[in-house]
Design a protein around this ligand. Structure first.
Ligand code: AHR
Length: 669
C-alpha cells in the first residue's frame, strides 16, 4: 500500500470543512462599545441533554496502541511491518552466532499466522543472546510495580528442518525475561520460564520492580537465551497495572485525564478509522472480539496497523469505567478511497453485521445468538445502547450513495430496534434521522463569528450531534502539523470555548458534542494530526488549554440555559458568552470569552429583583501570549486560576482580561 496516498485520503476528508478566509476579530479596547450582558432569570430556560458532553475516539496518533490501551509491547504479533521486524532487535555477543526473522511456518492460530523465529547456532552459557522490544518509543518502568507478562513460545524440533536451515538442535531450555535499561546496565526485574517444549505453550509471569529505581521510559523488554537451537515467539505481551485493574485494560494516567472531563458518552470507533481506506480495512467489529489469540488486527487508515487489542468489548468496558453511554458508529458501506457499496443486495451483509453488533451489545445472553457470544466473551449483562451512528462523514462519498445506504440501515435497524436513536452523518431526504452529526475544524475567528450558528436551525428537524469539532489555526490535513504544537494553543482553546458557548446556548437542539481528536502520542513517528486534546509519551501525559476549557465548562454547567443578550451588540468586538443554571444548587454560571488583545469591561445585569450572594467565584484561563501551549516539558504553562469577585448583586462589573475565558459562578438567593 502506498503510504502517502493513504495519508492524503484520510486527511482530505475534512478539507472542505475549513473556512477559506477568517475575519480578524481582535481590536483595541477603546474601539469596543460598553458591554452589558442582560440575563433573563425569569423567562423560559432550555434544558441540557443528559449526554451533552462526551468523548470522540478512534485509532489515530497511536491513541490506543501506544496510548490508552496499556499494552507495552509494540508489534506483539509481528505483523506491523512486512519488511522488517519493527520494534524488535537482536543482540548477539561477539562470540555467538544468532539470527531472527518473522516466519509463517508456525502459525499460533489462523488469525496469528506470524511468529518470530530466533535461531542460535553458537552461544556461551554465561553470555546470552537477547531479543528486545523497544515498546512504543520507550518502555515505562516505575518502582514498586508489578508487570504482567504473557507470551507463547515453542522450541524447534528435529523434524522441522527444511533445506538450507542451520543444523537444528532442539531447544528445550528456559527463557529469561527482563525489563532493562536501554544500555543494559540496569536490570529492573527479571523472571525465568520453565523449559520450552516442541509445541506452542503459553507462559504467564510477573516482573516486579524494586524501590531502588526511578521511573523512566528509556528501557527495553528482553527475552534472553543461552543455548543453541531455535525458538519461536508469538503474542508477546507486557502490561503495567491498568485503570481499575481491568485485564487487557487501559493506561491509568490517560483514563484519569479523561475522567476529569466528566464525559457522558463515548463516540467510537471512528472517525475515518471506522471506514478504513479500503473496504477490506473497515472496522470489522467481529474481528475485534474474543481472545487476543484470535484478533489479527488490521491496517488502520492512519499509516499504521491496529492491534485491535482495544476491541468492541473493551470500548464498552471503557464506557463502564467512566460512566459513559456508548455512541456506536456502525460501518455503513463506504471506505475512504471512494469505495461505496451500492444499496441493495450488495449492502445486505454490512447491514446484517450492524444488526449482529447491536444484538451482541444489547441482547439477552440466554435467548440470542450474539448475546450468548457476548456472555462467553465475559459480559453476560446486556449493555444499554441508545444511539447508533450510520457511517462517518458520508458527504465525502462522491457517488452520492449515502441516501440509499442510510435508508437501508435505517429501515433494518428501526424494524428490529425501534427505540434506538439513529444518527445520520450527512443530509438525507427519504428518511428522517433522529440526529444529524455535524463536524467543524475551523480557526478561532470562525468559531467566534459563528456564535449564533445553530440559533435559527429548524427545531422540528433532527437533533444535532456535533460529533467532531476543534479549533485549529490552519487545517491539519494541509499543514500535517508541521511547525505547530501537538495540542491546542490558548488561542485555539478560546475558539473552543467560544464554540462551546454557541453549543450550550442551543442545548435544546444539540443532544451531544465532542472534541476531536482526543489523544496523541507525541513521538514524531506516532502523530498524524495536530492539534489533539491530550498529549503523552510512554511515561508522561499532560492536558492542553482546551482540556482545561472543556473541564471548566463540564463542571460549571448545571441543567439549563438561560436567555441572555448584550444590551447593544458590537459586531466588531464579539464577546461570546453562555449563561447556565444549576437549579438544584441555585447556582448561576456565566461564561465569557475574550479573544482580543485588550481587556473588556462588562456589566452583568441579572434584573433588579434578583438577589445573590455578595461574593462569586471567578475562574480565569489565560496567558500573556495566546500562542502558548502546554507540553510534556511544560505541562502547566496554561492552567486556570481561581479567584473571586466581591460585592456581587443584581448588577456588577467584571473585567475580562485579554485572551481569556472567565467563568463566574454566583449563588442565587
Ligand atoms: O478527527 C480526525 C478525522 O477528521 C476523523 O477521523 C474524521 O472523521 C475527520 O475527517
Amino acid at each position: 500500500m502506498n503510504i502517502q496516498v493513504v495519508v492524503i485520503l484520510c486527511l482530505l476528508s475534512t478539507s472542505s470543512l475549513f473556512a477559506e478566509e477568517s475575519t480578524n476579530v481582535a481590536t483595541k479596547a477603546s474601539e469596543s462599545l460598553p458591554a452589558k450582558l442582560l440575563i433573563d432569570l425569569k423567562g423560559p430556560a432550555k434544558k441540557f441533554s443528559p449526554t451533552f458532553a462526551g468523548l470522540m475516539t478512534e485509532e489515530i496518533n497511536h491513541s490506543y496502541d501506544g496510548g490508552l490501551y496499556a499494552e507495552l509491547i509494540r508489534n506483539r504479533v509481528f505483523r506491523d511491518n512486512e519488511t522488517n521486524v519493527e520494534a524488535w532487535s537482536l543482540t548477539v555477543p561477539s562470540n555467538a552466532f544468532a539470527s531472527m526473522g518473522v516466519t509463517d511456518r508456525y502459525p499460533l492460530t489462523d488469525k496469528l499466522p506470524k511468529s518470530l523465529d530466533v535461531v542460535i547456532s553458537k552461544v556461551d552459557s554465561n553470555q546470552p543472546v537477547m531479543v528486545s522490544n523497544e515498546g512504543f518509543w520507550g518502555i515505562p518502568v516505575k518502582p514498586n510495580t508489578t508487570y504482567n507478562v504473557s507470551f507463547y513460545a515453542k522450541g524447534n524440533n528435529v523434524w522441522e528442518k527444511k533445506k538450507g536451515d542451520p543444523d537444528p538442535i532442539t531447544f528445550r531450555v528456559p527463557l529469561t525475561i527482563s525489563l532493562q535499561s536501554n544500555d543494559g546496565t540496569k536490570v529492573h526485574a527479571s523472571a525465568t520460564t520453565p523449559p520450552l517444549t516442541g509445541g506452542w505453550q503459553k507462559f504467564e509471569l510477573t516482573l516486579k520492580t524494586g524501590s531502588e529505581m526511578s521511573a523512566s521510559k528509556e528501557n527495553k523488554f528482553v527475552i534472553s537465551a543461552a543455548a543453541t537451537g531455535a525458538f519461536r515467539l508469538s503474542l508477546v505481551s507486557l502490561f503495567p497495572p491498568t485503570y481499575k485493574n481491568r485485564i487487557n485494560g487501559n493506561r491509568t494516567d490517560l483514563m484519569e485525564k479523561l475522567a476529569g472531563l466528566h464525559p457522558k458518552f463515548l463516540r467510537f470507533p471512528g472517525g475515518n478509522f471506522l471506514e478504513g481506506d479500503n473496504l477490506s480495512d473497515r472496522y470489522d467489529w467481529k474481528q475485534t472480539r474474543g481472545p487476543l489469540e484470535f484478533r489479527s488486527g488490521h491496517p488502520g487508515c492512519w499509516r499504521y496497523r491496529s492491534s485491535d487489542g482495544l476491541g468492541l468489548l473493551e470500548f464498552m468496558g471503557w464506557c463502564e469505567d467512566l460512566g459513559m453511554e456508548p455512541v456506536l458508529a456502525v460501518y455503513a458501506g463506504y471506505s475512504l478511497k471512494q469505495q461505496p457499496v451500492a444499496a441493495g443486495p450488495l449492502l445486505e451483509p454490512y447491514v446484517q453485521d450492524a444488526l449482529d453488533e447491536i444484538e451482541y451489545l444489547t441482547a439477552d445472553a440466554k435467548t440470542t445468538h450474539w448475546g450468548a457470544i457476548r456472555a462467553r466473551d465475559g459480559h453476560p449483562e446486556p449493555f444499554r445502547l441508545k444511539y447508533v451512528e450510520i457511517g462517518n462523514e458520508d458527504q465525502f462519498d462522491k457517488s452520492g450513495s449515502y441516501e440509499g445506504r442510510y435508508a437501508q440501515f435505517h429501515d433494518a435497524i428501526k424494524a428490529r430496534y425501534p427505540d434506538l436513536q439513529l444518527i445520520a452523518t450527512a443530509g438525507v431526504k427519504t428518511r428522517k434521522p433522529d440526529v444529524i452529526d455535524d463536524h467543524f475544524y475551523r480557526p478561532t475567528e470562525w468559531f467566534v463569528k459563528e456564535f449564533s450558528h445553530y440559533d435559527k436551525t429548524d427545531r422540528n428537524g433532527p437533533k444535532i450531534f456535533v460529533g467532531e469539532w476543534a479549533t485549529m489555526k490552519k487545517p491539519a490535513w494541509i499543514t500535517k502539523g508541521v511547525g505547530r504544537p501537538n495540542t491546542p494553543t490558548l488561542d485555539e482553546a478560546l475558539g473552543d470555548a467560544a464554540w462551546m458557548c454557541a453549543m450550550e446556548r442551543n442545548s435544546d437542539l444539540i443532544v451531544m458534542q465532542c472534541y476531536a481528536p482526543l489523544l496523541t502520542n507525541e513521538n514524531p513517528e506516532a502523530t498524524q494530526w495536530k492539534p489533539n486534546l491530550i498529549g503523552y509519551d510512554a511515561l508522561h501525559s499532560y492536558v492542553s488549554p482546551s482540556w482545561h476549557a472543556q473541564h471548566l465548562f463540564n463542571t460549571h454547567r448545571g441543567d439549563e440555559v438561560l436567555t441572555a443578550s448584550w444590551e447593544k451588540e458590537d459586531p466588531a468586538n464579539p464577546l461570546p458568552y453562555s449563561v447556565t443554571r444549576d437549579k438544584a444548587k441555585g447556582l448561576l454560571h456565566i461564561k465569557l470569552v475574550n479573544t482580543s488583545a485588550s481587556p473588556r469591561e462588562v456589566t452583568i445585569d441579572l434584573g433588579k429583583e434578583t438577589k445573590t450572594a455578595s461574593k462569586a467565584s471567578l475562574i480565569t484561563l489565560t496567558s500573556k501570549d495566546p500562542q502558548t501551549a502546554n507540553s510534556l516539558q511544560n505541562p502547566d504553562a496554561v492552567k486556570p486560576v481561581t479567584g473571586s469577585i466581591q460585592g456581587t448583586s443584581s448588577g456588577f462589573p467584571v473585567t475580562v482580561p485579554p485572551n481569556a475565558l472567565v467563568i463566574i459562578t454566583l449563588k442565587l438567593k
